[in-house]
Ligand binder design. Structure first.
Ligand SMILES: Cc1cc2nc3c(=O)[nH]c(=O)nc-3n(C[C@H](O)[C@H](O)[C@H](O)COP(=O)(O)O)c2cc1C
Length: 292
């Protein structure tokens, strides 16, 4: 590891010590700020020390002030503007077939660079499928997978195996959410594309199976993607079905070129919205307990 602090530039303000989440930085016997020997391996590479340093004295392996840092932009978004922006968004399930330009896709993906992360963000993978034909190729396999869920949930042995192998959260999602919808024949292709809803693009978040915090990171990144899409006049919808199908159906995995051994967590359908909503929705779908 090549992290170091340039003693000639450092003015010993010690802000880097204050902000480091892993307490990797300290002062040595001669009161100089330094990376504490033996602790560098627990650095999570968040870059906070470099971001706060007034004299640009710190160098973290893989980061440079020129390439990875920028002067803070003016932030004049007030709470009302923020709430107006987020309350304006809706999950869109009706898209036009207009293709999204690669420029917009790049802007959307770029917004993820500013997201918080748990554990190791370098292990996250993002696949952008910006080709409706490829999405349509996968739909029959996804539809069959959704039909299979009905058989699995109705079979006590398979249900038991799913619970054991994939955990109770996945099983409950299958049983209480997808099973009843699938049982009604909702996802049969004859009814239309009720999975990706005609979206011209899909963004899929995946990582090596078992990679630390990859489910949490995926959901945070997907949320950033939705908000960026919204800011660009695009519509989006999180989609839990596509990743489920990727993880269980090889044909879907292959069409979307997700590496074997990677676990897909969430995907986002993106496209131009066909309709404009006339009002917002304020839900009360959580309990808040204020502890003072
Ligand atoms: C983790 C997650 C997975 C989702 N998966 C799907 C999905 O597979 N299909 C779908 O129609 N909507 C899906 N949604 C979207 C929600 O159902 C949607 O947020 C809800 O309908 C509320 O609408 P709103 O986003 O306009 O407030 C998902 C949302 C989340 C957070």
């Amino acid at each position: 590891m090549d992290n170091f602090i340039n003693e000639k530039l450092c003015n010993s303000c010690k802000l880097c010590i204050e902000v480091c989440p892993c307490n990797v930085i300290g002062v040595n016997k001669t009161n100089k700020v330094h990376f504490i020997p033996g602790r560098e391996s627990i650095c999570i590479y968040c870059g906070q020390c470099m971001a706060i340093c007034g004299t640009k004295s710190i160098k973290i392996d893989g980061y440079s002030y020129e390439k990875d840092f920028f002067d803070l932009p003016k932030n004049d978004l007030n709470y009302t503007d923020y709430i107006n922006f987020i309350s304006n968004r809706r999950s869109v399930r009706n898209f036009t077939d207009k293709r999204i330009s690669n420029k917009l896709i790049n802007q959307i993906i770029d917004s993820i660079s500013y997201a918080p992360f748990g554990a190791s963000p370098e292990k996250m993978c993002i696949t952008v499928v910006n080709n409706r034909k490829k999405i349509e190729l996968a739909l029959p396999y996804i539809s069959k997978f959704l039909d299979d869920i009905v058989k699995w949930v109705e079979n006590p042995i398979i249900s038991f195996i799913i619970k054991r192998k994939e955990g109770i959260e996945t099983y409950n999602t299958l049983k209480n959410h997808l099973y009843p919808i699938s049982k009604k024949g909702n996802y049969k292709l004859a009814e239309g594309d009720r999975v990706t809803r005609g979206a011209p693009s899909l963004i899929i978040f995946h990582a090596k199976k078992g990679a630390e915090a990859h489910s949490d990171n995926s959901l945070i990144y997907a949320t950033y993607v939705m908000m960026a899409a919204h800011s660009l006049g695009l519509g989006s919808m999180m989609n839990g079905i596509v990743p489920s199908a990727i993880n269980r159906v090889n044909e879907v995995r292959n069409i979307f070129q997700i590496p074997n051994g990677n676990d897909a967590v969430i995907s986002v359908n993106i496209g131009y919205p066909r309709y404009k909503y006339k009002r917002g929705i304020k839900r009360n779908s959580f309990n808040v307990n204020l502890v003072e």
